[in-house]
Design a protein around this ligand. Structure first.
Ligand code: SF4
Length: 68
């Protein structure tokens, strides 16, 4: 399967623009899963910018999200 990094970069909402995993969703997911975290693109923009990728923070943010 062909890598879609260039295509993924067009839609990546992560603000960590210097991250080596940016645009490589498989590596991004693996990195955060191994750290017990969730990738930045799962967070609303206002929370993503804080770079706290913990599951605890994700649940906290999403439980307060009125758009769900
Ligand atoms: S979510 Fe994490 S691994 Fe993925 S691009 Fe952002 S900083 Fe890198």
């Amino acid at each position: 399967m062909e890598c879609k990094r260039d295509e993924n970069l067009l839609e990546c909402t992560c603000s960590a623009t210097t991250c080596k995993n940016r645009g490589m969703c498989c590596e991004c997911v693996r990195h955060h899963r191994e750290a017990g975290e969730i990738p930045g693109c799962f967070f609303p923009k206002s929370a993503e910018i804080k770079h706290n990728r913990s599951i605890k923070y994700f649940i906290e943010v999403m439980s307060k999200n009125k758009d769900l």
